[in-house]
Write a protein that binds this ligand. Sequence first.
Ligand SMILES: [Zn+2]
Length: 194
Amino acid sequence: MQKITWEIEYKSQLPVIRYCKKCGKKTEYICSDLFRMNAQHKYLDIWLIYKCSNCDSTWNSTIYSRINPKNLNPEILEQFYTNDYNLVKQYAMNVGLLHRNGAEVGIPEYKIVGQDICIDDLTQVHIASKYPCQLKVSTLLREKLGLSRKVFEDMLDCGMIKSISGVDLRRSKLNYEIVLQIGKSKQEYLNQLD
Ligand SMILES: [Zn+2]
């Protein structure tokens, strides 16, 4: 069986929406790409700073609250102090964290990079994302395979698209990766000819 990888390439930040007190309405908050650290006694608070796109009011998205810095890997701690861009992205693109901090999150712009497949062959497809953006797997599949909702549902029903890890492909969202099997197995193909 052919094995391929589709990688999600993000073209924008994750849109973050929350109520701005100063504006008196919900607005989009833009990530400043800067962490804020506050040490109190033995403990450390770490936030990622956002700004209201309309009035520049700041909002701190909590990453760690009263953590003992000894419990953090020294390299990671250094990355927090130096606003390491890759670390910023890991938190700025983390839907679960933003939800826990009370923000609404939109869908970032993205592209699915990877070779197209032929559904007459059986292919193992690994969909990978660098960030836990929680895009709907069904949307990604329909987009990449160019399928209507009806055809997508039919392919799920007859097992032509199935999740190797056994998750519900109608509902599941992509965190870092998912592995699927797409297409007809030889046996199914032969049965069809009979
Ligand atoms: Zn505002």
